[in-house]
Design a protein around this ligand. Structure first.
Ligand SMILES: Nc1nc2c(ncn2[C@@H]2O[C@H](COP(=O)(O)OP(=O)(O)O)[C@@H](O)[C@H]2O)c(=O)[nH]1
Ligand SMILES: [Mg+2]
Length: 239
């Protein structure tokens, strides 16, 4: 619980048996979390078993993709506030409270991984990834400058907090199954008139396993192009 609100932590997972146990334990040990929901997205390894063994509630989602998994996890969550995080250990539970505090001021509170001093050694947030995210975030900012003038420096940070009210407003309009889900959620929140605030959080290297989104330059370029397209579409077409 956080100031009387029930907190659900939602973790999308695709073949993360090496890391999921430690992530579930870390978040369950955190004083504010009431449940940890792990979404098993067609995992071919022991992710679901390890997650359940560590104390998570495991839900299955067959539609493949990071966004599809997050959406399913949020639909299954029972909390008043949802905390989204990753299965790879790159975000730590003690940072959760930093996001929760601002959830009293904004319907969507997004972490930023581009604060250089908080990017831990060997984390996958080198120069290009950092500045790529900053540039994309500035583009998103510009798109909603006249209505909200948000201040953003990252579009791809999974670690974020949204209220159930925000989720109910945006859930049916979310279209991205993949990593574009992250900026789409920010666009949707702004379009629905929610405040979208950003908070610096620590970013760590993966505890093990492999990145599914950022393992090569080509993959990063594809992700960036997809994000650019979804932001532009939301701004121009409103859907
Ligand atoms: N459910 C699901 N989760 C995914 C998929 N791809 C990535 N993830 C999860 O989304 C999170 C982010 O993916 P990750 O590989 O760490 O990408 P990176 O953080 O950009 O390097 C991790 O928790 C992954 O397990 C997918 O297709 N389905
Ligand atoms: Mg990751």
């Amino acid at each position: 619980m956080f100031r009387g609100k029930k907190i659900s932590v939602v973790v999308p997972a695709y073949n993360e048996e090496e890391t999921i146990g430690a992530v579930v334990e870390d978040f369950l040990a955190q004083e504010h979390s009431d449940e940890v929901v792990v979404v098993d997205n067609n995992c071919r390894d022991r992710t679901a078993t390890v997650a359940a063994g560590a104390g998570a509630r495991v839900v299955a989602e067959n539609r493949p993709g990071y966004g599809a998994a997050l959406l399913a996890g949020m639909r299954a969550a029972e909390g008043d506030i949802m905390v989204l995080t990753e299965a790879d250990g790159s975000f730590k539970a003690p940072d959760m409270v930093k996001l929760l505090v601002y959830s009293e001021d904004a319907g969507l509170v997004v972490g930023t991984r581009t604060t250089r001093q908080m990017v831990q050694q060997a984390a996958n947030m080198g120069f290009f990834l950092r500045w790529g995210n900053v540039c994309m975030a500035k583009y998103l900012e510009l798109c909603w400058y006249t209505s909200q003038e948000p201040r953003l420096t990252d579009v791809g940070c999974t670690y974020r907090v949204l209220t159930r009210a925000t989720f109910d407003l945006i859930a049916d309009s979310m279209t991205s199954d993949g990593p574009s889900f992250s900026p789409e959620m920010m666009c949707e929140a702004l379009m629905k008139g929610c405040r979208c605030l950003e908070v610096p959080i620590n970013y760590w290297p993966r505890l093990g396993g492999e990145s599914k989104h950022s393992q090569s330059f080509l993959k990063v370029a594809q992700t960036a192009w997809g994000m650019f397209r979804v932001i532009t579409r939301k701004r121009l077409l409103g859907r």
